[in-house]
Ligand binder design. Structure first.
Ligand code: PAF
Length: 275
């Protein structure tokens, strides 16, 4: 595996497919499974590791976001990464900056709680696509709204890259893997899988015909009783993030909640339910 601090050192293949996994590091099995898939499907796997300051709000965790390049390099290599791009902030976010804004979608749900977040994501992902020029890029579905934002950006700007959105990798107790799980203390970690549990319960209730409003309210109350501060829990179209009144094949239940100060997000789909 080669590592590069600047785009000019990257030296990527120009006439063979590249599978690309953009990341902010602190690798877990979710990231590694994307790398393995990129390698298996494309033959060459490029990974970027960049904690993107543009996607953090002023009161968010940019400074304390977990960073361990040595550990991450070893894990990436073990998962089949061929090239690891770890740019300095000055290479990607120097001024002047053209910002990509994915209108409407970026202002919903996560965009309300984290103003400017998706502009930061879209801008950096677009720059990374232009630097790496991947044939295929891989994203995890835990960050469902991010997947929708990147999908819309790629289609609207005619970017020449195929996208693969890959199933969320979970711990044995159902908690969606996330670099931010490292912030969870023991008590919060024990409760954290309830977010996934409550979405699954709501999903089953809706499939059995329960009313949407009542179902969402029951889930919200159950989470609050467990000590979660619920930011949102709702049923949306997974590509537009417009609210839905009934579940269907493109519906997703989405939730964001804090447990003892750590913010978790998760989602559940209806594709398999045959609705
Ligand atoms: O999902 C992430 O880790 C980040 O949002 C991404 C896609 C690498 C952009 O900084």
């Amino acid at each position: 595996m080669r590592t590069a601090r600047s785009a000019s050192e990257l030296n990527l293949p120009t006439n063979a497919p590249i599978g690309f996994v953009p990341t902010m590091g602190a690798f877990h099995e979710g990231h590694l499974s994307l790398m393995r898939r990129a390698k298996a499907e494309c033959g060459f796997c490029a990974v970027s590791l960049f904690v993107n300051p543009l996607q953090f709000g002023p009161n968010e965790d940019y400074a304390k976001y977990p960073r361990n390049e040595q550990r991450d390099s070893e894990l990436a290599e073990s998962a089949g990464c061929d090239a690891l791009y770890m740019p300095e902030a000055s290479e990607l976010v120097g001024k002047p900056l053209v910002t990509i804004k994915v209108a409407d979608l970026s202002g919903r749900y996560e965009g309300v709680s984290r103003p400017g977040h998706f502009d930061g994501v879209a801008t950096i992902v677009c720059k990374l696509f232009n630097i790496v020029r991947p044939s295929v890029a891989y994203f995890g579905l835990k960050d469902l709204q991010q997947c929708a934002v990147v999908d819309l950006m790629v289609r609207d700007l005619n970017l020449p890259v195929a996208l693969r959105f890959c199933e969320t990798v979970r711990e044995a107790d159902g908690l969606a893997m996330s670099s931010r799980n490292a912030y969870l203390g023991a008590a919060a970690r024990a409760k954290a899988p309830m977010l996934h549990g409550s979405l699954n319960d709501a999903r089953s209730a809706l499939i059995q015909g329960s009313a949407l409003g009542e179902t969402l309210e029951t889930s919200r109350r159950a989470l609050e009783e467990m000590g979660f501060e619920v930011d949102y829990i709702d049923l949306v179209d997974r590509w537009t993030f417009h609210r839905l009144d009934v579940p269907g094949p493109s519906a997703a239940l989405i939730a964001a909640a804090r447990i003892e100060g750590t913010r978790l997000i998760d989602n559940a789909f209806f594709e398999e339910a045959g609705l």
